[in-house]
Design a binder for this molecule. Sequence first.
Ligand code: ARG
Ligand code: ZN
Length: 859
Amino acid sequence: KTIYLKDYTPAPYLAKQINLSFNLLPGKTIVTSEVKYAKNPAGVSNDLVLDGEEQNILSVTLNGQRFDSYSVADGQMTLVNPGDEFTLTIISEIDPAANTALEGLYQSQGNYCTQCEAEGFRRITYYQDRPDVLSIFTVRVEADAKAYPVLLSNGNLQDSGSLPDGRHYTVWHDPFPKPCYLFALVAGDLVRVADTFTTMSGRKVDLHIYVRAGDEKQCDHAMESLKKSMKWDEEVYGREYQLDLFNIVAVSDFNMGAMENTSLNIFNTALVLAHQETATDSDFMSVEGVIGHEYFHNWTGNRVTCRDWFQLSLKEGFTVFRDQEFSADLNSRAVQRIDDVNGLRRLQFPEDGSPLAHSVQPDQFIEISNFYTKTIYEKGSELIRMQHTLLGGETFRKATDLYFDRYDGHAVTCDDFVLCMADASGRDLSQFFRWYKQAGTPTVQVSSQYDAAQQSYTLTFKQSQPDTPEQTSKQPLHIPVAVGLLDDSGKEILPTRVLEVTAREQTFTFADLPGRPVPSILRGFSAPVKLETDLSDDDLRLLQVHDTDGFNKWEAGQTLALRTIQRVMEKPETDISQFVADVGTLVEQGLAVQGDKALLARALSLPLLGVIAQHQAVVDPAAIDEARTAILKQIKSTHKDALAALYDANRNTGEFSITPEAMGRRALQHAVLDILTVTNGTGCAARSKAHYDAADNMTDRVTALACLSDSSQPQRAEVFADFYARFKNYPLVVDKWFSLQAIANREQIFDDLAMLRNHADFNIKNPNRVRSLYSAFAINNPVKFHDPSGNGYAFLRDVIIELNTINPQIAARMVTPLREWKRYTPALQAHMKAALEAILATPNLSGDVFEIVSKSLNA
Ligand code: ARG
Ligand code: ZN
């Protein structure tokens, strides 16, 4: 069933207060919900319609009297005109142990936890499960004291005590009205890591992280990240935390990364636990970013929430922008931007060009779970970033102050957000709002002209928007393009200024230029567009060395690399010596000066296959990989000694640390090792093995394994076996062990995959483990996933069909790599289409999977 934004109407009833009581018993949980309802003056219906699924109703009471005149059908309970004000009590029974969908109340390794966003609350009790119904929650939890010593819910602890028969209870009260998707409950045998934070107004907040016994040594980084987040939100946005307690609970079975439930964030263990021996630098960065993300939701999501799920990006786009900026402030800004843009290009651009393309504020959906997408999150963040760029930092802050002031305690829309930006700046942002409504990645073409007689330089911009499903003839967008100019010696002669492109075609002229400048266009990737310029290779080489904008400096090198790869794909014998020599210059520079090593590491990495594919009309992954690898081999053979010297110069010395400098050094050494081991010969394997043997941290180990993964040398098996033996008791590390084998581009891969699927440690019910095998393969092993045999698609197809009944959300997500099937060669297309059709033909297909598969095929 499709739901439309245009059909929104306010809820018929307000929920003034809700008292929930959970009795956690063996084999079942009894939920009592007592809600004080009042007719909503803004409502348009008199019927109270409550959503409910997967539960048995034991009794319904209206104002204390047994009540039977309700009807239940299609997951909804309807009460016809129940009155202006009344109390409705519903007692129902649920079975958390049988809940493999991991939505609502479920069990993870014996402990109870919840996931209610977006529509999981209806699996707990009958309620108006929509984000614009805000209520004050009081929650009582009762359970066996020995098995579940920790009983948590949102807000402050109001009461607790022991009961007969070894049971105990707690009562929690959250004074801030909230939608039910922010409700959370945890009951389990967990240990607590405690700290405190003093807010800017001097209030002391208790910070607790709950994990399973044994994991408490891996919580320091998460705790530090939480304190940094709280401070950053005070400093950058003036936002203070208002409750006395902030809890984080880590669980192993979780569909997503984490969830921002008010004062009781629930996290995937993968985004809390981090220790040098078990977590990589990129894990440390993810923990910091996601701890920040969920904390920032306290204001952008919880205090100000969404009116309906079409507004999901209101909270997610803004919160991603906030976490990206948080990470940029704590680490290297340029590197953060490069990594974020790489992610956008690799994952969001393809989505925007696929049959599943949708706008940041969609008009319709079937299953909201399918809309937790790269478009809503990452493109949504780019939309906030553009508004920040257009307004400037100071005005943007005025606008967010206005936003929080105006809407605290309200459920609002993306339109309301942009209105605050417009009101605070006095600017007309109506054209800008098209970014929220038009799907697809725009293309911006720039041509330049220098007039020697006039000493003037003009840049002409042309923008175009592709058609996407149900959207044609799009309007031009309001695009901020940050531009700087360099002279032919590489000196910056015009610092960054933001050009506002609003027409289909528009010209900007720069006066008083004695010579033709080299333009640095779209600095910092100021808009999420595909840029096409008339810059020559020499212009790009100048920018690669001299641009003052770190992002564009890197971008110039990547564009040169892309051009080189494309030339090699067209004509394999093309002379690439200039490009290879330029890489040599970067290596020499890395040996001579101590610059930003993380940035150099990125400069030395060729664009990933997924990014290169964006530039191909018909995608042939094997052909791209062949060209890319050929170039890497030539870089290696030409600069072998210099590369080996750079590797040695960046060896691990002294104590392990996760400062940006230390991570940069490792990143650089790893980028070099990656090139040095590209030929997969005996020397390469020995090098990788030596790297592994010298490792005192997980980053170095994983790098060595990644460099050995494609190898057929004996060291491969030795190192993988050692790794497994060392870490078999650490599930998150076993995930890495699965992934590092799944990404192997080698002959036996399908035997490997079958072995991994049948491995004793594989568990179809654990999303992390499923992703570690299947997503790693389908996303990070493009050559073998797109194997001409079609075996890669069949492997994925089978797990989607298996997961369809176990965990529909995860099943639907697994379809992602198949949805762009039309972009591939005809032979690959046929296999991909067949896999999609087989999934569609599955009996009892869930709405989640049906939506993605049917939309993929219908385009
Ligand atoms: N709001 C969470 C976050 O972005 C994600 C929850 C998604 N849940 C889901 N069932 N799709 O931090
Ligand atoms: Zn979020």
